[in-house]
Design a protein around this ligand. Structure first.
Ligand code: PHE
Length: 340
C-alpha cells in the first residue's frame, strides 16, 4: 500500500507537468482526489493493513493527499494566470470610443413653481406648513364654515373614503390644523403647498392638482395687508410691471372675499385671446378670514384678524410658461419636461 501511495503521488505530479486548461485540471482532480477517485480507492484497503503499520500508513496517506492538493492548487493558479494573460493580449480597449451619454434630469415645472413661490413667501416672513391629503369632513369643510348640506360644497365635489373621510379638496384644512397647533399664538404666517383632489377632468381641470394656501393672523390685519402681499407675490413671480385687481367674490371661510386677477402675462393688459380681451387673468381666491373659522382654530375674532388666499399651482405654471393644456404636466413626456 505504501508503494501504491508513492506511485500515485509520482504519477500525478508527472501528469501535472503537461499543459491543461482549468476544466481538464478539474476533471483530473476529481479522478484522483474525488470521492470515487484513485486515492480514495486505495485508502479503502486500509482495513487490510496490519494494526502496527496502520498509523504509519495513515500518516503517509494524509501526507500524500495534502501534497497532491497543494500541487493541484499551484497548477490551478498557474493556469488562471496564463488564461488572464492570454485574455489581456487578445482584448483591446478603444479609448477613442465616445462615452455613453448620461441623461440629466430636470425639476418638474410644478415643483419648480412651488419652490419659486415658497422662496417668495419665505422672503416675506412666512413659514411652510403641511397637512394630510386624506382629511376628515371636519377639517376640510365643517371648520371652514362649510356645514353639511351647505350649497358651496357643490363647488368642491370630492372623492370620499367614508362619509366622514375624504381626499382634501383644497389646502385650507391646513389653516385649521396650523391654528390649533399654534395654540392661539400670534403672529401666524404660513403657506401650505400640496396636492388636492376634486371630481373634475378636462383641459384646465385635473382630478389631482396643486394649491398653495396662505394665512396670516395677527392684531390689526387688514385687507390692505392682503393686497400688499399678493402684489409683491405677483411682481416677483411674473415681473415687476405686474398689476393686480381684486373683485368681490364669495367663499364661506372668508368675509369679505375677493377674486384676485393679475394683468395678462401674454399681452401686458392690452387684451388678447388668452385674457379674452379683458387684459386680466384670474389667479387666486382670497379674503379676510371669517370669525367662525378663527373660532374653530382657537383664536378670538375680537382680538385678532386674518387674511387668507389660495391659488392653483398648475394655473400659475401654465401662465408663467405659456402652457395651454394642463394634462401635459402629468404625461411625463420628456420632450415636454426637458424644456424646464
Ligand atoms: N380654498 C379656496 C379654494 O380652493 C381658495 C381660497 C383660500 C379662497 C383661502 C379664499 C381664501 O377654492
Amino acid at each position: 500500500m505504501r508503494q501504491q501511495l508513492e506511485e500515485i503521488k509520482e504519477k500525478t505530479k508527472k501528469v501535472l507537468e503537461e499543459n491543461f486548461n482549468s476544466e481538464e485540471l478539474n476533471d483530473l482532480k476529481v479522478k484522483i482526489l474525488g470521492k470515487k477517485g484513485e486515492l480514495t480507492t486505495i485508502l479503502k484497503e486500509m482495513g487490510k493493513v496490519s494494526a502496527e503499520e496502520r498509523p504509519v500508513i495513515g500518516q503517509l496517506a494524509n501526507q500524500v493527499r495534502d501534497e497532491l492538493q497543494q500541487v493541484f492548487a499551484e497548477k490551478q493558479q498557474e493556469i488562471k494566470n496564463k488564461e488572464l494573460e492570454n485574455k489581456l493580449k487578445e482584448e483591446t480597449i478603444d479609448v477613442t470610443l465616445p462615452g455613453r451619454e448620461m441623461k440629466k434630469g430636470s425639476i418638474h415645472p410644478i415643483t419648480k413653481t412651488i419652490m419659486e413661490a415658497e422662496d417668495i413667501f419665505i422672503g416675506l416672513g412666512f413659514e411652510i406648513a403641511e397637512g394630510p391629503e386624506i382629511e376628515t369632513d371636519f377639517y376640510n369643510f365643517e371648520a371652514l364654515n362649510l356645514p353639511k348640506d351647505h350649497p358651496a360644497r357643490d363647488m368642491q365635489d370630492s372623492f370620499y373614503i367614508t362619509p366622514e373621510v375624504l381626499l382634501r379638496t383644497h389646502t385650507s384644512p391646513v389653516q385649521i390644523r396650523s391654528m390649533i397647533e399654534k395654540k392661539s399664538e400670534i403672529p401666524l404666517k404660513i403657506i401650505c403647498p400640496g396636492k388636492v383632489y376634486r371630481r373634475d377632468d378636462d383641459a384646465t381641470h385635473s382630478p389631482m392638482f396643486h394649491q398653495i394656501e396662505g394665512l396670516v393672523i395677527d392684531k390689526n390685519i387688514r385687507m390692505s395687508d392682503l393686497k400688499g402681499v399678493l402684489l409683491t407675490f405677483a411682481r416677483e413671480m411674473f415681473g415687476t410691471e405686474q398689476k393686480i385687481r381684486l373683485r368681490p367674490s364669495f367663499f364661506p371661510f372668508t368675509e369679505p372675499s375677493a377674486e384676485v386677477d393679475i394683468s395678462c402675462v401674454m399681452c401686458g393688459g392690452k387684451g388678447c385671446r388668452v385674457c379674452k380681451q379683458t387684459g386680466w387673468l384670474e389667479i387666486l381666491g382670497s379674503g379676510m378670514v371669517h370669525p367662525n373659522v378663527l373660532r374653530y382654530g382657537g383664536y378670538d375674532p375680537e382680538e385678532v384678524s386674518a387674511f387668507a388666499f389660495g391659488m392653483g399651482v398648475e394655473r400659475i405654471a401654465m401662465l408663467k410658461y405659456g402652457i395651454n393644456d394642463l394634462r401635459l404636466f402629468y404625461e411625463n413626456d420628456v420632450r415636454f419636461l426637458s424644456q424646464f
